[in-house]
Design a binder for this molecule. Structure first.
Ligand code: 7PM
Length: 275
């Protein structure tokens, strides 16, 4: 299945790596290391050289408890970086919930909108319907500030699946081509460890919705709970999670550690003999 992502067409028969580029000041793992445009662009090229085929630029920390960034803050952090990368040989994705940030990012050359709020902001769907960019629809229960207070579901896999199927149907009804849509269960976004484990074990069921899956588990607190490791000591756990996600049907893996994940995926592919 070919994924249409702006000027890029990605054959997702082979799992792809999306490198994370946090340009926030309080991101939970890079702690503002790339808060200036120059530093961010330098990091993007490091990720590209390491094998990332998509770069996800996030200007608003969605850490549990994080205060929302202002529109101006988010625009000033993200747009210059997207512009500086507009001719890069990889798809530039912007991780945002704000329609105005989506608009400015698309104008600056972004090929993918990664929306943890699944295009529910006013005007977001209409904006994307007038674009060719790819779209990732992610599930989140509540909002970043409060989502981890008391997550609860009747049946987390069914509930998340229904939400994603409904959002995808709304996009299709809005004239957005199926080939532009990715689905993501939103690991860590309003979920307990048990909820996250159920979603990961149930990926084949989510893949059955008929859209490629994007998964972000890299360095997340669920891995800390399992291993007892601090956020910067979670590479082995992140690699194990990445391979598990690919084995269960994920097409795009969103990670901090691109070179290490690339080697793990190449080894996995050689061992399974899959195409
Ligand atoms: C706290 C919690 C801080 C989570 C940072 C994060 C995803 C994403 C993020 C994901 C998609 C992080 C996340 N996670 N977009 N953006 N899927 N589509 O690990 O899982 O950077 S922010």
């Amino acid at each position: 299945m070919l994924f249409h992502c702006g000027r890029f067409e990605l054959d997702l028969a082979t799992p792809r790596i999306m490198g994370i580029l946090n340009v926030t000041t309080d991101s939970f793992s890079d702690g503002g290391a790339y808060a200036t445009t120059t530093a961010a662009v330098g990091r993007a090229w490091q990720l590209i050289e390491a094998g990332a085929e998509l770069i996800d630029i996030g200007g608003e920390s969605t850490r549990p408890g994080a205060q929302p960034a202002s529109l101006d803050e988010e625009l000033s952090r993200v747009v210059p970086v997207v512009e500086a990368l507009r001719d890069a040989p990889v798809a530039i994705s912007v991780d945002t919930m704000k329609t105005e940030v989506m608009r400015a990012s698309l104008a600056a050359g972004a090929s993918l909108i990664n929306d943890v709020n699944a295009l529910r902001a006013p005007g977001a769907l209409e904006l994307l319907a007038r674009s060719e960019a790819g779209i990732c629809l992610m599930h989140m229960q509540g909002e970043p500030r409060s989502m981890q207070h008391a997550p609860s579901y009747t049946d987390v896999l069914a509930d998340v699946g229904v939400f994603l199927a409904r959002r995808a149907a709304v996009l299709l009804a809005g004239g957005i081509a199926k080939e532009r849509i990715l689905l993501d269960p939103g690991i860590g976004f309003g979920k307990t460890l048990e909820h996250n484990l159920a979603l990961l074990r149930g990926l084949p069921q989510l893949a059955g919705l008929g859209f490629p899956l994007l998964l972000g588990v890299s360095r997340k607190s669920m891995l800390g709970k399992i291993t007892g490791r601090d956020v910067h000591e979670r590479l082995p756990a992140s690699l194990a999670a990445a391979l598990f996600c690919v084995m269960r049907g994920a097409s795009i893996i969103r990670v901090h550690d691109v070179a290490e994940t690339r080697d793990a995926l190449l080894t996995y592919k050689a061992l399974t003999g899959d195409q």
